[in-house]
Design a protein around this ligand. Sequence first.
Ligand SMILES: [Zn+2]
Length: 472
Amino acid sequence: MKRISLLLLIFVAISSIKSVGQNVDSLQIAKLFSTALKDNEGYKVLYQLCKRAGPRISGSSLSDTAVNMMAKVLNQWGADTVWLQECMVPKWVRGEKEQAKIISSTLKMNEVVPVCALGGSIGTSASGLKANVIEVFAIGELKNLNPADIKGKIVFYNGPMPPESIFTFHAYGKTVGQRWASAIEAARYGAVGVVVRSVASHVDSHPHTGSMAYNDTIAKIPSVAISTEGAEKLSAALKKDKNLQFWFKTSCETHPDVLSHNVIAEIKGSKFPNEVIVVGGHLDAWDMAEGAHDDGAGVVHSMEVIRLFKVLGIKPQRTIRVVLFMNEENGTRGAKAYANWAKTSGEEHIAAIESDAGGFTPRGFTLDCPEAVKYYLRNKFAPILNYFSVGDFLHNGSGADIGYLKDICPLLSGLSPDSQRYFDYHHAEIDVFEAVNDRELELGSAAVASFVFLLDKYGNGMERTGGGGGNH
Ligand SMILES: [Zn+2]
């Protein structure tokens, strides 16, 4: 039965394509997909990563466990070299489980609501922080308010992710600033704390953490995210009693930086070893869950490129380098360490692909590159990848980690899975192994491996490497 499906897949792929090169490529890509789906090896590694090193925030001992575990797997999968690259990372510790309540004598309300500290926040005093609340829907609203209405209060940022965005990363991009800059902007007007509506597309009881910023010139005030359901409750209660109080208690704190590592593994290029294709995801994950979609999936997608190439005997002409970046979530120190090193390594980075958008069904790849490269990929690669439903090169963007390679790499790209459910899980306690479907995960691995296969064979469309490296 399985054999018949593979033959059928290959037949369908071959029957509608035109050139001989595309036939050969489609056959190879069909094998990448069928091998990933049959072996299911990536899913097993995701299980280990999630269950043995789950909440592997930078600087934690679980992040060290993840580093060692993934380096071992990459060795077992036959990478030519595996090494650890040092980087110093922040160490932020959440402490005890956070607590929060909406308190109103007028409404006879003393209701517990789910919150979590935002990453990097200071904690409250031991008895917590209690104050009146002022609600806004965007940071920009603060400057239009009377500062006396903000001073001494908790600012409640209740801007939702815009539901009308079809590609949910666009909605995230419009909303995430509310989390990042919330404390600085509120403290500027004398607020004593911040409650931010979780940047999530679904209304439920799970708070979503994420990074927030302070600066040295403005007072640091404690910040929490509230679940979307909690945000709606608080908003509704404020409409009835604008003098209600909000209480929350957190014990998070920041410790001195500690040493950590990126995990780097590669297959050396047989013809052009100095030309590098980077494929990566981030190994760290927030501390509230198992980091399955964010970014266990991306770690697996990247690692499986090496496994699939080895299993199928694909000998790349260029160097294929997997980088599992440390500290994407709260500092991108691993990305900076890699980029600094890459700029002096004497190599040529021809492309970098990041997977950090979840383990859902892959659709294609986002692009950050010159128009000529986009044109090349849409005309040369998309027709082949479309047979496997992964040829969408329409969206712009790449990834937070590989972004640091922009000066030295002409093609940055991100795996683009279906985005509808990603922000249900992102940075919340429900981002666990069980939330990832094995077939969807493996399709992502095959998609990344296929794109890497084509890039290795044909280059990135830039003049000197176009057409199978013919201009060397
Ligand atoms: Zn991520």
